[in-house]
Design a protein around this ligand. Sequence first.
Ligand code: HEM
Length: 499
Amino acid sequence: KPPNFPPGPPRYPIVGSAPFMKPNNSSKPSIFWAICKFAREYGSIFGFYLGQYKTVVLTDYEDIKEVLNKDEASHRPPITGHKLRPGWESAADVDPELNKHQPPGVIFSNGKFWKEQRRYILRNLRDFGFGKASMEETLHEEVQKLIDHLNQYNGQALNLNRATNVSILNALWNILVGEKLELGDPRLAELLQVVDDLVRLGGGPVSPIAAILPHKDMVYWPLIKDVVGIKYPEKAINAMRDFILPYVKAHKASVDADNVRDFMDLFLLEIQKSTDPTSSFYGKNGDNALINDMIDLFIAGMETTTSSLLWSILYLLHFPECQAKIHEEIDRLVGYDHLPSLSDQADLHYTNAFLSESLRFTSFAPMAIFHYTSKDIPLKGYTIPKNSILISSLYHVLYDATHFEEPEVFNPSRFLDSNGKFMPDERVVAFGIGKRICLGKSLAEKEYFLFFAGLMQHFCVKKVPGVELPSIGVEDTLISGFLRAAPLFETIIEARRME
Ligand code: HEM
């Protein structure tokens, strides 16, 4: 191991620390399970080998904040299957040193390519709606459509997953390409299914099995492909590409600088304007950035918010007393004459506390997305070596018992002061920390509030009699995989008043 490497389990040739990463009842290593075990054994900073990769895990909030605000800790590690992406060479074309195994797009690229794309998306999505009044109108339209749809099922048991997914996707899609899709649009059914499979079954961007292969391209070999689970990203990426490309074609044919309709128009004009061959917007690299950014926003923007919302509904079923308080607060402070709006939000103290506790308790991305270091980073007498995978264990921050009393207990009141006022807490780090913090945080927070409060204004959710509710504890429900996609469950949905 390198000098000053943080403490951790031993390393074997080829397989690294994998023999120490298998839960007792499983033949496959689980990174999350291992991180929870190692944190108990080695303390708040520890290191191990994920196959050939040096890997350092940080579990303490202050340490994560210090390190993830550094440029040298803000890269992504080599990605399993980056050649599945359309135009996969483009990121390396722009910045070869940092992007050898990175696809273009914003989630997994590094260096100049990533910086340019992230800055551009943030700036322009903000201008196009993130944080603007028009954004709220778009979201309200979707909330109303969802309410109208659910009213048809009054008193019945149903799984909210599909309808919620489409509504959340629609709000984003409208900003990106200016089109609204219908809840029943048949093109969406297959697409939603493959993205859902990717999130539930597809493992993560760094597969523990791929990490032990001597050559990266072996992940595309037929038998290994199945073991590594590449079929899920492959299907999802192809389906998204086929869905998005016709929009690119139609926008290219009609784009007009004097009448910019949506984010895609703006991006195409930026490509047209670009005369700098080193830019990620120049020529074919610009085209490849566009399609991959769209794929990334699709994956990152849909399942995350949908699952967060569905987990919240599941908590209401587990803790009906919370639902009663939310109903009372919305009835008293918002009433029925308009959908709950962002200007109502500040008054809804209990509802805000419930949503914060839901984000904390869910810990949707318990290990965030892995980072990678480009230099040695000193921390508390240890060295996080150059070219290491760096994992920020958001789960340990969200469940830190020295900050959140009894973290395993679902308790919205922890975010209320003695006068019942909501106290936001910066340690609710569900969106990550530092330079790679979630790019969609501002949109996600608005969506989360508007959809949840809108549903609560109109419906009461109830447990289906005789059917056991899925478990909600993090360590019980995340043995394999990287994200805590909400379990599939049915709920009885009752209209609180008929329209
Ligand atoms: C409740 C919903 C959401 C949660 C909990 C969430 C959480 C996260 C987390 C933990 C990260 C990784 C941070 C890191 O690498 O350290 C991330 C990254 C990202 N998120 Fe979100 N997210 C949500 C919604 C969204 C939405 C709605 C969008 C887009 C419309 C989005 C776009 C992204 C992108 C593009 C990245 C990668 C940023 C980069 O690498 O620079 N997310 N998110």
